[in-house]
Design a protein around this ligand. Structure first.
Ligand code: UDP
Ligand code: MG
Length: 314
């Protein structure tokens, strides 16, 4: 049983040594055969340097240095492409997800489950704003999307080789891994755990990154925003039919008609507004089609540390 652990790192110099220490002691206890794959996502701090030192000190540590910041999901993707394990674990570098939970995940895996995902029962040390937005997001995406993503899960999970092979043949650019893992199916089991505060440093997910991540999650798994266009169109059209009949009746059968610019004004604004909104929605999808079409690589590797054989990137 060979276990790979993937740890994406973006400016994590304050935590990386402690994280490595905790991970090694937990996994060593489970199996003698494992690898830790750190993916440096274009950090500006000492992270790459620290990873180099960790790798030199311990051959079970591997590191992939990306050529720039590609974002958390791409960093994880790079790790998945390089992982050799029978089971692959994803975990954040900041120890918010306790490594001890991996033991339970491995147990479930040995019982025949293909995916064991962590569900956060409690999030201590995170702002109310973050907890609230995360809560709304997971509920919104499940209302809108075609695949059900388990509530309050992150990327902290164990996946069987089969699942990872399935993910590797899903080449989409807008990667929302937890949605993709739900989509592939297989036997999945939830493992509740408490999410602790960050060990050190600040969250690398800015508000802007969170919004982008949420949009990716919704748009890449749902056609509902596009379908809403049709329903709103039908609704507005029905509404305007009533208006038209009303105007005609007034004009033809009564003498109280006045130049009704109020109605005209409001309806023009209303229709114009709705059209702009949905042009935006359509534009967003077209932009995504455009991006997929370019077929660019998902990430670029600057250096690989500790991998003997050359691996081609996707
Ligand atoms: N991360 C990354 N690239 C990024 C942002 C984050 O590789 O552009 C990594 C980060 O180093 C951490 C994990 O993704 O290991 C989760 O990030 P963070 O803890 O900052 O997010 P939060 O827990 O606040 O959602
Ligand atoms: Mg974190």
């Amino acid at each position: 049983m060979f276990i790979s652990v993937i740890i994406p790192c973006y400016n994590e110099e304050e935590v990386i040594n402690e994280t490595n220490h905790r991970l090694v002691s937990v996994i060593e206890h489970l199996t003698p055969q494992f690898e830790l794959i750190y993916v440096d996502d274009g950090s500006h701090d000492q992270t790459p340097h620290l990873l180099r030192k960790l790798q030199q000190a311990d051959p079970r540590v591997h590191a992939i240095l990306l050529s720039r910041n590609f974002g958390h999901q791409m960093a994880v993707t790079a790790g998945l492409d390089h992982a050799a394990g029978d089971a692959i674990v994803l975990i954040d570098a900041d120890l918010q997800d306790p490594p001890e939970v991996i033991e339970e995940m491995v147990y479930q895996w040995s019982q025949g489950y293909h995916v064991a995902y962590g569900v956060r029962t409690e999030r201590t040390g995170e702002t109310i704003f973050k907890r609230w937005t995360a809560k709304v997001f997971y509920r919104l995406i499940n209302c809108l999307s075609d695949v059900q993503i388990p509530l309050d899960t992150g990327d902290f999970r164990l996946m069987d080789r089969q699942v990872v092979e399935a993910l590797k043949i899903m080449p989409e650019r807008d990667r929302f891994l937890r949605g993709m893992v739900s989509w592939v199916g297989f036997r999945q089991v939830a493992i509740p755990y408490q999410r602790s505060p960050r060990l050190a440093g600040v969250s690398k997910y800015s508000l802007w990154k969170m919004i982008r991540f949420a949009t990716d999650g919704i748009l890449s798994f749902s056609l509902v925003p596009l379908r809403m266009t049709i329903w709103t169109g039908i609704f507005t059209f029905g509404f305007s039919l009533i208006g038209i009949v009303y105007a005609l009746v007034l004009r033809l059968f009564t003498s109280i008609w006045v130049p009704g610019w109020t109605l005209l004004f409001i309806s023009v604004l209303f229709i114009g507004g709705i059209q702009l909104v949905f042009l935006g929605v359509i534009g967003e999808y077209i932009g995504r089609i455009y991006r997929e079409n370019k077929q660019r690589p998902l990430y670029l590797v600057r250096e690989r540390l500790g991998f003997e054989k050359k691996i081609t990137e996707s």
